[in-house]
Write a protein of this length. Structure first.
Length: 388
């Protein structure tokens, strides 16, 4: 009988070599692919961040758009990408650079200072108009088709069908829509800038052209309040108003933001504080500081949109205990426009323990006193000085 043929030693070695190579490949290849993909992703992210940083738009990333959304460049349906929280443009990752170059954002101040206050045209952007909006021409519903269609003016929020858009509408002057009495028009800031250069300070003359009802609103929101709800609100207010009048107090402290009041006519400005009692106290401190600086004539009326929990002050003033998106932001602005002013006195009180062993630290309290027009006290609120 013939004996079994043994594999030559080099053949076994060769097989072992294959095995090692195969094992190495099966282990190293996925590692390499994962590494390469994450490298590409971080490069893409860096590139995107670079565009965000240099852009005049207020780009924000999103993993999922809440409504059916179409890219403003390629018109494809998109689930994720970026949106501008000033003008509302939406774009996928691949078209971001093009969109950034092709479309202008809201101009907070006009470059051409020769333009008169009422000479601004609509600024139309195409697609992704809000659901339940109606065409200004035919009064039928807009944006109901599943594609990139119809236009919205990013200042007055008017919407119009593709087929209803006429050249007369393109050349029409924008009246800033429903919230014109709260919006600071870009041309106003241009004129103010020119007046400051000429050392003129009669802003009331200029503002009179905007009507008696003009009470510009400055929004001061805390982006960290209400489990970061403030962040989304900031964007919604930037869409409806001039982005220059919307501040994140974690980036611009209230005393700095309130200096915008000094560019507005005396006693005309209103402030909407979005945050907890701590943020409201912080803004009221800044208002007190304006008094010390001798800026009493510029002191604004303050309204509150309470975020998070523990909003005693806001509740006492009738602004509710907490806002969680029950009403649209546009309705919040309507409420601010309709609100009546009341007087509020505010003191800081230090409470010290008078016991023999005085071990406790003195406690600092805020005392708020609410009075009606005749000076009658309506309510008193005592509150710990909030630290946020
Ligand atoms: Zn695209
Ligand atoms: Zn934009
Ligand atoms: Zn418009
Ligand atoms: Zn129409």
């Amino acid at each position: 009988m013939e004996g079994e043929q043994r594999p030559a030693p080099y053949q076994g070695l060769f097989a072992d070599g294959h095995l090692v190579l195969y094992t190495l490949c099966s282990v190293l290849l996925p590692v390499f692919i994962t590494f390469w993909c994450s490298l590409q992703r971080s490069r893409r992210q860096l590139h995107r961040r670079d565009i965000f940083r240099k852009s005049k738009h207020g780009w924000r990333d999103t993993d999922l758009f809440s409504h059916p959304t179409y890219c403003c460049v390629c018109a494809q349906h998109i689930l994720q990408g970026a949106f501008c929280d000033c003008c509302g443009l939406r774009v996928d990752e691949g078209c971001l650079k093009k969109a950034d170059k092709r479309f202008h954002c809201k101009e907070i101040m006009l470059k051409n200072d020769s333009r008169a206050l009422d000479a601004m045209h609509h600024h139309w952007i195409r697609g992704n108009v809000p659901l339940c909006s109606y065409c200004v021409v035919c009064k039928q519903q807009c944006g109901s088709q599943p594609k990139l269609c119809d236009y919205r003016c990013i200042w007055c929020q008017k919407t119009v069908h593709d087929e209803c858009m006429k050249s007369s509408l393109r050349n029409e002057k924008c009246d800033f829509g429903e919230f014109r009495n709260l919006i600071i028009p870009p041309s106003y800031l241009t004129c103010i800038n020119q007046m400051r250069k000429d050392k003129k300070t009669d802003y009331a003359m200029l503002a009179s052209k905007l009507g008696k009802q003009w009470t510009p609103l400055i929004v001061l929101a805390n982006s960290r309040s209400g489990t970061n709800m403030g962040e989304g609100l900031l964007g919604e207010f930037r869409i409806l108003l001039n982005p220059v009048q919307v501040f994140d107090v974690t980036k611009t402290p209230p005393i700095k933001a309130l200096q915008l009041c000094t560019l507005l006519p005396f006693h005309s400005a209103r402030v909407l504080v979005c945050g907890g009692d701590g943020t409201v106290g912080w803004v009221l401190d800044a208002v007190d500081e304006m008094k010390i600086k001798g800026q009493e004539k510029y002191i604004p009326q303050v309204a509150v949109l309470p975020l998070g929990t523990g909003n005693d002050l806001s509740n006492t003033l009738g602004w509710g205990t907490g806002y969680a998106g029950e009403i649209p932001v546009a309705q919040v602005l309507r409420n601010v426009m309709e609100a009546d002013g009341i007087k509020l006195d505010r003191w800081k009180v230090q409470v010290t323990n008078k016991g023999y062993y005085n071990l406790r630290k003195p406690k600092l309290m805020d005392v708020y006193l609410q009075q009606d027009e005749g000076g009658k006290i309506i309510s008193i609120l005592i509150h710990d000085v909030a630290t946020w």
